[in-house]
Design a protein around this ligand. Sequence first.
Ligand code: CP
Length: 317
Amino acid sequence: MNNPQLNKNGELQHLLSTEGLPAPILRNILDRAASFVNVAEGREIKKVPLLHGKSVFNIFFENSTRTRTTFEIAAKRLSADVVNLNIGSSSASKGETLLDTVDNLCAMHADMFVVRHSQSGAAHLIARHVAPEIHVINAGDGRHAHPTQALLDMFTIRHYKREFHNLRVAIVGDILHSRVARSQIHALTTLGVPEVRVIAPQTLLPANVEKLGVQVYHDMLHGLRDVDVVMMLRLQNERMQGAALPSAQEYFKYYGLTQEKLALAKDDAIVMHPGPMNRGVEIDSSVADGSHSVILPQVTFGIAVRMAVMSTLAGAQ
Ligand code: CP
């Protein structure tokens, strides 16, 4: 099937989703990211010239702390010129369409767009619209996909667990509204994780989620048993219509990660969260800040992974 992310040579032209990306492309990005971690740790000047002379435009129509900032750092470490469009004070607020905004930024010689939008498909729309030499990275679109989050999560798992083929991974929480969960599931199954569990109340699971190759659990006490990796998700209140849940307190009682529940996982299990966290809703502070947590290393690895993605795209012919 034609993949809109790949060019005619099978190289990554845009990064829109982890769905349908071949394992060698995912592995190449992780390997390249490992070399960029070494750049950050081993050099006094943490820059490489791979995007020298290129202009990267961050266009975020939704709020972000981690993704926007780490993309900016990553682009600067690759020596790109970076423009952060402030959507709140841009002409989007006067009714300019998304594609008119993009056309105007292209007229300023943009080479790469990093796009976050509340509408699923926004990054695909831009990728189809721009000239072939321009690259588009999806930094999160609605409930659909957040591929660089999933890639940095894969990098983090590989860093701590070395291999994918022997892991049991649990993704816990609001799967229904989570672009992160969807992208994680595609990446984990493509990279060969044999057992991916999703743990959530029925109201927070997409229909037919098992068709994605996951095992469904509604009870954390069963679902967390003997897992190597626990990936917590934020409750996406802003994407919920009506009451999907009785209350935050009740949610925490059944689906919040506490020390007691974490004790069901393997002794050396790691705890992940894409952020932002709702402490006391999906995760207890003692776990978020505890010895199993790799939540802040995830953020740091995000810089190297985003450097890897941008430099891979820039190298496509
Ligand atoms: N994980 C993530 O996407 O965080 P931000 O919304 O802060 O970018």
